[in-house]
Design a protein around this ligand. Structure first.
Ligand code: COA
Length: 187
């Protein structure tokens, strides 16, 4: 699979490269990224170097599609469709602390979801989302994107420090409308 570039009003999404290593290393020191994602903890510079190499291999193998989210040529975050196979994938993301609070993650994710479902992209049937139960910012992002709440996964998510947490799972199907959803079970 060839890496693709996605563009939105404020953002460009493209494959992370060696030129992003310093910015990825700096971003991944963030406490929320370490707590709520699977990045290694503690996060060393070598992890960022290895990551950009792995991302190229994942694109090549068609295993995962991962983009650096760029705003004004600065690294604003990372986003991917992971665990690709049998018509589905899982949306994952983090934003740098400086890029938060401006709706950039929803803007980027809309472009990724459009491409994931598009016949010219991955032609997926389903995109899944999972997050730790006490990560309300991420829940709001998924709700804004139209994901339907599907349940609670007990002790299912393990972060990069090996800490286990309950998770929430939500899903979006190719023909779902993308209107923001309320999740009565947790709202
Ligand atoms: C999750 C994350 C990407 C959200 O990015 P962001 O730039 O803050 O997102 P937005 O500014 O679009 O805010 C998303 C929504 O969450 C809300 N929100 C933000 N922080 C919140 C909090 N602590 N409690 C409740 N709601 C919160 C915002 O008000 C916004 O709601 P709205 O859409 O109704 O206006 C970012 O916080 C992050 O990188 N966190 C660490 C990594 C992570 O958790 N990744 C996701 C793993 S599943």
């Amino acid at each position: 699979m060839q890496p693709v570039i996605l563009r939105t009003a404020r953002l460009e999404l493209s494959i992370p490269t060696a030129g992003d290593v310093d910015a990825i290393f700096a971003a991944c020191q963030d406490e929320l990224i370490q707590r709520f994602t699977t990045v290694p903890s503690p996060y060393e510079r070598s992890h960022a170097e290895g990551f950009v190499t792995k991302v190229a291999g994942w694109w090549d193998a068609g295993a995962e599609a991962t983009w650096a989210v760029r705003s004004d040529d600065q690294l604003a975050g990372m986003m991917g469709l992971h665990r690709l196979g049998q018509g589905s994938g899982e949306l994952g993301y983090w934003m740098t602390p400086a890029a938060r609070g401006r709706g950039l993650v929803v803007e980027a994710a809309r472009a990724v979801i459009d491409w994931g479902f598009s016949p010219d992209g991955l032609a997926l049937d389903r995109i899944e989302w999972r997050a730790v139960v006490d990560n309300p910012a991420s829940h709001r992002v998924a709700q804004r994107l139209g994901f339907r709440y599907e349940g609670r996964l007990r002790s299912a998510l393990v972060n990069g420090a090996g800490v286990r947490n309950d998770g929430l799972i939500a899903g979006l199907l190719a023909d779902d409308d993308r209107a923001p959803q309320s999740w009565p079970a947790i709202d």
